[in-house]
Design a protein around this ligand. Structure first.
Ligand code: HEM
Length: 112
């Protein structure tokens, strides 16, 4: 997740530097219109197809990040486990005197 997140951020920064300082591509007329088109259900794939490679890679990496999102800790952007602050402690203990089939490990001896 860190790798994908870092990739998206670095590609974004690279695009900004290259497009603004060295290039003459205006993302406001290309990538931005393409991105808005997705939300208003009127996609313009040709705008992204004509964009410089750096912007295409940035968009692709971002979609990869969005796909990974629910399976990583980024999910906490949408769900914070606030209930943990007020819920009772969970106490784990064995049902009977026997501690299972495995021999007790050092440091895990019974107290009392
Ligand atoms: C499909 C989704 C995305 C699109 C279409 C998109 C598009 C763009 C564009 C057009 C720029 C250039 C802006 C400029 O030069 O002022 C940019 C820059 C940038 N993007 Fe994205 N982006 C997307 C997702 C993301 C995500 C998810 C992240 C971070 C997690 C991100 C991080 C950045 C960063 C750090 C920059 C540089 C900003 C700056 O230098 O001011 N982008 N992006």
């Amino acid at each position: 997740m860190y790798v994908v997140l870092g990739t998206v951020i670095v590609l974004g920064l690279v695009n900004t530097v290259i497009a603004n300082i060295f290039g003459d591509y205006d993302y406001r007329e290309g990538v931005s219109v393409w991105f808005r088109g997705i939300f208003v259900l009127a996609p313009h794939p040709e705008l992204m197809a004509e964009a410089p490679l750096g912007f295409q890679l940035h968009g692709l990496a971002a979609f990869g990040l969005f796909a990974l999102w629910p399976f990583t800790r980024l999910v906490h952007v949408f769900s914070a486990p606030l209930g943990y602050l007020t819920r009772p402690y969970i106490v784990y203990r064995s049902r009977d005197d026997k501690l299972g089939n495995r021999p007790a490990r050092r440091g895990w001896d019974r107290v009392g």
